[in-house]
Design a protein around this ligand. Structure first.
Ligand SMILES: [Mg+2]
Ligand SMILES: [Zn+2]
Length: 165
């Protein structure tokens, strides 16, 4: 089985601008690239799990989300690392867009994205970790049996991740 470091996106690997989707607005958090490379070099899959209700709110599209994620991996390729997979929740219970109006199981604090990743990548969740800037990130982890710690976006992500692995 594999083990993984699950990371929230906004406020954890990049500065949390409200409803970020443009690559030109993307700003790395201190130590984030280093943390990703370090975790992969230690044999962990690195998987992003991110609520993107901006899709449900009509602020941007799923294609915008995917383009931003491609941009993130282009940046990481420069230091010979990558995010192994991105899972995002495009839903919101109050969306005006029928396709995205849902009480889904993926929107954190629910654990759906983590459970789906575990299935897709044969992940031992008890040997995995989650880091995110909100309590809902940690709750999503706990619901799937993944330990973790809240990250302060003013801090350094490498310092936190390297405390655990
Ligand atoms: Mg966040
Ligand atoms: Zn969802």
């Amino acid at each position: 089985m594999n083990k993984a470091v699950f990371l929230d996106r906004d406020g954890t690997i990049n500065e949390d601008m409200a409803y970020l989707y443009k690559p030109e607005d993307f700003r790395w958090i201190a130590g984030a690239k280093e943390a990703i490379k370090y975790a992969r070099d230690k044999g962990y899959l690195v998987i992003i799990v991110t609520n993107q209700s901006g899709v449900a709110r009509g602020y941007f599209t799923e294609d915008d989300v995917k383009a931003l994620h491609n941009f993130i991996n282009d940046e990481l390729q420069k230091i010979n690392t990558k995010i192994d997979a991105f899972y995002y929740c495009p839903h919101h219970p109050k969306s005006n867009i029928p396709k995205y109006k849902a009480e889904c199981n993926c929107r954190k604090p629910k654990s759906g994205m983590i459970l789906q990743a575990a299935k897709d990548f044969d992940i031992d969740l008890s040997a995995s970790f989650i880091f995110g800037d909100k309590e809902r990130d940690i709750l999503a982890g706990y619901g799937a049996g993944v330990k973790g710690e809240i990250f302060d976006p003013k801090g350094n992500l490498f310092a936190l991740v390297s405390k655990y692995i």
